[in-house]
Design a protein around this ligand. Structure first.
Ligand SMILES: Cc1cc2nc3c(=O)[nH]c(=O)nc-3n(C[C@H](O)[C@H](O)[C@H](O)COP(=O)(O)O)c2cc1C
Length: 361
């Protein structure tokens, strides 16, 4: 019998929630661009763990997010950053072809759009420590040993996202306190440490969770495609101690997303999302639309590496949002999008756990 079966799923989940000082083993997924404090306040006040996807936030915005959260809740949250990849090699010729391609989808793209313009990672890390979250999480790699020491010295837990057992073992060796096992069903970007091979190493959650549970001696949090109590119960049966849920919260009013995006989530069947590099240069799962398909066609120029592609697509993404044009809009969502309900986030969080408890007893 694998070690994950030595206790009941419910007891395991409740023990983990107690350690996190939350009432429900339901974690809001950190979602860059879709994680306003209002959403975390609702989830945390319902007993779950809030989340801040800080990737694109300057230190001051990170501080303000924490202030705003604490004005609305005495609960807890995680804050998340993408681990930076080495600076990409530039390719002026492919950038030129990509700018030409994108000009047929939106406004002309200036050469300097390729610069990307991301916040300074070290300054963000400093802001993360200062906001005193219960948890700091990582995706696409591991924090440095020095930063892990700082988290530990500040009493902050580190949850590391892994998309396979090898990444989970590496995270354990580096001092992670829990593993977020991200199945290929997940909405948003792939958490793979090696961005190059992300598409060729897609593992579904049902195969992934037990293998990561067997590979490490840490609690495992399942994420990807979980959007109702059946998914929560299944994840706990597979050995998870908690679930992390993204797409299922995106139709709640507290998420505040564009109404056209919200509508599309509610109409998207499992086969209607796909992995694309067309928006950011890194692979992510979003709702299939005309642009995503065109960007993947053999006639289209290859996507530039992150953050170059992200910079090049900014004007098109902004125009699509302003005009409500879902043919071009960036609409990250997971394979369980159709199960997402348009109701308050607190009801979604409590509903997930109540239904799971009904199933697992
Ligand atoms: C809009 C959106 C943005 C996301 N941004 C991040 C992010 O910044 N960092 C991260 O670790 N994961 C991010 N993710 C992935 C989620 O943390 C999580 O793995 C995923 O939502 C789980 O799958 P689900 O959407 O099917 O619940 C994002 C997901 C979505 C839908």
């Amino acid at each position: 019998m694998s070690k994950s079966n030595l206790t009941t799923p419910r007891a395991r989940a409740e023990a983990f929630a107690e350690k996190l000082r939350i009432d429900l083993p339901i974690l809001l997924a950190p979602m860059s661009g879709a994680c306003p404090a209002s959403l975390s306040i609702a989830v945390a006040n319902a007993g779950g763990l809030g989340a801040c996807g800080a990737l694109l936030m300057e230190p001051e915005a990170i501080r303000l997010w924490a202030e705003r959260f604490r004005e609305g809740s005495q609960g807890s949250f995680q804050v998340n950053l993408w681990i930076p990849a080495p600076t990409p090699l530039r390719s002026p010729e492919v950038e030129r072809r990509q700018r030409e391609f994108l000009a047929s989808w939106g406004p002309p793209v200036p050469v300097e759009a390729a610069e990307g313009g991301l916040p300074d990672f070290d300054a963000q890390c400093q802001a993360l420590i200062e906001m005193r979250p219960r948890v700091i999480s990582s995706v696409m790699g591991l924090y440095s040993a020095a930063f892990v020491d700082r988290m530990k010295a500040s009493g902050i837990l580190w949850f590391a996202t892994a998309t396979n057992a090898a990444e989970a073992r590496a995270a354990q060796d580096a001092g992670a306190d829990a593993i977020i096992a991200q199945g290929m069903e997940a909405g948003g970007h792939r958490g793979s440490f090696d961005g190059q091979s992300a598409e060729s190493q897609m593992v579904g959650l049902v195969a992934l969770v037990p293998q990561i549970c067997d590979a490490v001696a840490l609690p495992v949090i399942a994420t990807g495609g979980i959007a109702d109590g059946r998914g929560v119960a299944a994840a706990l049966m597979l050995g998870a101690s908690a679930v992390q849920v993204g797409t299922a919260f995106l139709r709640s009013p507290e998420a505040g997303l564009h109404p056209a995006y919200v509508d599309r989530i509610g109409q998207t069947e499992a086969h209607e999302t796909r992995i694309t590099r067309g928006y950011s240069g890194k692979p992510g799962r979003g709702i299939r639309n005309v642009y995503v398909d065109a960007a993947a066609s053999t006639d289209a120029p290859p996507a530039l590496p992150y953050p170059v592609q992200r910079g090049l697509t900014r004007l098109m993404r902004e125009e699509a949002l302003q005009t409500g044009d879902t043919a071009r809009m960036q609409m990250w969502a997971g394979q369980a999008a159709l199960l997402a309900e348009a109701k308050p986030a607190a009801d979604i969080a409590t509903g997930l756990w109540d239904e799971a408890l009904h199933l697992i007893g």
